[in-house]
Design a protein around this ligand. Sequence first.
Ligand code: GCU
Length: 472
Amino acid sequence: MKQISAIALALLFAFAVSGLAQPQRQMTPEQQAAFQAQQEATRKDHRQMMEQLKITTLRPGANPNDPKAVNAVNYDEAKANPWPKLPDPLVLKNGKKVTSAKVWWNQRRAEIIEDFDREVYGRVPQNVPKVKWEVVSTSNEIKFDVPVIVKQLVGHVDNSAYPEISVDIQLTLTTPANVKGPVPVMLEFGFNFPRPPANAPNANRFPEPTWQKLLFEKGWGFATIVPTSYQPDNGAGLTKGIIGLVNKGQPRKPDDWGALRAWAWGASRALDYFETDKSVDAKQVGIEGLSRYGKAALVTMAYDQRFAIGFIGSSGEGGAKLHRRTYGELVENLTGSGGYHWMAGNFLKYGGPLTANDLPVDAHEMIALCAPRPTFISYGAAEGQGAEGKWVDQRGSFMAAVAAGPVFRLLGKKDLGTTEFPAVDTALIDGDLAWRQHSGGHTVVPNWPAFLQWASRYIKTTSPSQQTAKAK
Ligand code: GCU
């Protein structure tokens, strides 16, 4: 029972930031009116994109709530693979096989990126204004018995070309105080949850994140960026935030960037800042996120090769899950008004008249774009309904990771090492591409120890205790 109410709370928060559901009962009349206005503006923007694309109807997404519905979500493995043939990441558009790293880097990678840009996630415009980072405060604190330095930062985006919209990126950087010299940092896309009071029944769902203790003890720093501070998580917000600023408040064109690429853009700007901060080893910065922010973490890692390591949490459809799988959440769920803002406008075409099988690329190629850098695909095993359950299609994401393997191998790296779906809590961490499905629900928390164990092969740290020993 406790578990269920905790999940309900988590969903409420997620929905409150996304506008996906209607938690009206929790809202004041003013909030409710604002929420409805936002939904109406979202539907209007969604319609205008359909008009630009000359689409009149879209197929409905999978319905997770009514097993009798014609569009009821499919959880039958026998019906999950209508299009088993995936685009080959190692065949050029001209039909030639890619047999050398050189051809991958000089030709094939760019072809795949062009397809994802145009059809799936959208293009980052050429003229995105500059970001000026301001350190708002620096404080010495003790977290989990570890002395740390906490920096609050704001990235002010130059809005002189369109002062009606101002954009400020919120970022927090925490580094262990007792480690000399630059430290590696994990950057997380953070849900900006109001933390419940410590005595609230659901408080344990949102503890002061204890994985940070693990990180600090090993000598890592930790940073959180708030994606919704620079790009709202709904369709109405596409004329606001960084996307709206560049478009001067006008709606998107079909190949303009969606929220996932905008969020990833912000992570790249945070990395620009880290390159200027002497406490951070900018060559050893990783990216992590869960669910919609797991999608954003994958996009960040795939596009910005400065990120050294990736921790991709329960990213599902639009993330590591194969679009061509008809299991759990579908392409059609992300072409509807609840999720289309994450994607390029052009992606709508694949919810009608086209299908997932018409996409020139699939999720395995996003994972391939991360190669040869170490990439950890993380999932919470199915333990309930919705995102807590099979909705994210753990197996379809495993299949994508397997299909990304040839690119890792071409670049001299080790893939998952198996094509067999491993049991829950079994870590595949011998390769440069890693996988672990953990028990404990829709979170990344239980996978931090396995991630850090695997990451220690790549990321060099000095723990505060080693530092103290050296000093003696
Ligand atoms: C919904 C949505 C998913 C998304 C998730 C989340 O479940 O269907 O695609 O990942 O919300 O971000 O919480």
